[in-house]
Design a protein around this ligand. Structure first.
Ligand code: NDP
Length: 322
């Protein structure tokens, strides 16, 4: 029997999940749930208003929560976790321990499973950091994001009063990456090794100075990064700022005696939301496996046995990949 998946929220990520599900024979899309008029969504899939969810508890195995991290996920995810198993792509690293706690209480109480913080960062990068630190304990780690458009940061800017459209680019220090690759010592912290560039289309009558100040002082997302804010027209935005490319590198340099080992993971993504959705969908399969094993509660990506991510038996995986 196929695992039945619901999508909550139909933005970039929701559309990505809808697209990615077609590549998984063991998963099926039951429906898309939105706060908007479902008939207004441009989709051939079944779409429902969010209010219809409460009657669907028996029809859905896993809900993939595709709302924004700025407010949707912290305010609503735990409510879904009471009645459904969930997967989310929450990306507020600093709030993750609180999010885990909220989701664990809700999911445990409802005998559900909630896999939190999936995607590529947090998500795939987090796993690579764990592996590289475990394998090379004597060393140092570096993470670089971009150049690319960050959906989470763009979403956070779009939620500000006076902002009509926004695109936020994360720019890594290419000089520093080169220095690390050349084996030179660098003074790395994630703030000084990146800067942020924001393009904003203002609502009519909005005050640019107030919007700029709200962006550059936004804790966790922008403060203390060096941030440039540019105000542009809607036509320029539509012409130059609608691509969703992203990626980055996780690098660990480790030492055993005089020998140096470099463990590097690179993601080069044509579509940030479609790759993020790809991770969330594989994690939806894992959530069902946890449910079948009655291992309820919140799980991080570290808690997922790698075998839970693929629709394949242990025997076949050992034969094919070990
Ligand atoms: P969007 O802004 O596209 O969508 C967020 C929500 O807004 C949707 O769920 C939808 O809810 C609503 N919405 C979307 N389009 C419209 C519209 N035209 N009018 C009104 N409401 C709309 O965000 P993304 O999908 O790009 O990103 C979602 C989150 O994914 C980000 O906040 C980010 O945190 C996370 N993310 C995580 C990554 C990771 O690696 N962990 C990587 C990339 C993203 P509804 O349908 O209910 O209206």
């Amino acid at each position: 029997m196929k695992t039945k998946v619901g999508i909550v929220g139909y933005g970039n990520l929701g559309r990505g999940v809808e697209k990615v599900l077609q590549y998984h024979d063991d998963l099926e899309l039951v429906g898309i749930f939105t706060r908007r008029d479902p008939d207004s969504l441009d989709t051939a899939s079944r779409a429902y208003h969010m209010d219809a969810l409460e009657k669907k508890t028996n029809d859905i195995d896993v809900l993939i929560l595709c709302g924004g991290s700025a407010t949707d996920i912290p305010e609503t995810a735990h409510m879904y976790a009471k009645n459904f198993s969930t997967v989310d792509c929450y990306d507020n690293h600093r709030d993750m321990p609180n999010h885990f706690k909220r989701m664990n209480e809700a999911a445990t109480g409802g005998e559900n499973v909630s896999i939190i913080g999936t995607g590529w960062d947090p998500g795939v990068f987090s796993v690579q950091k764990l592996y590289s630190e475990a394998l090379l304990p004597n060393g140092e780690s570096y993470t670089f994001w971009g150049p690319g458009l960050s959906q989470g940061h763009s979403d956070a800017v779009r939620r500000l009063d006076g902002v009509k459209l926004a695109a936020q680019y994360t720019m890594p220090s290419s000089e520093m990456i080169k220095e690390i690759e050349d084996g030179r010592d660098v003074s790395y912290d994630k703030f000084s090794s990146h800067h942020r560039v924001v393009y904003v289309v203002l609502e009519e009558g909005a005050d640019a100075d107030i919007v700029r100040e709200s962006i550059i002082t936004m804790p966790d997302y922008f403060e203390p990064y060096e941030t440039e804010v540019h105000f542009i027209s809607e036509s320029e935005y539509n012409k130059n700022h609608t691509q969703l490319r992203h990626g980055g590198h996780v690098i660990r340099r480790g030492y055993t005696g005089d020998n140096t080992h470099t463990y590097k993971t690179t993601l080069d993504l044509d579509s940030n939301p479609e790759f993020t959705a790809s991770v969330a969908v594989a994690c939806a399969r894992a959530a069902k496996r946890f449910m079948d094993a009655r291992q309820f509660g919140a799980k991080s990506i570290f808690d997922i046995p790698p075998m839970y991510l693929l629709n394949e038996s242990r025997e076949s995986l050992i034969e094919r990949l070990l």
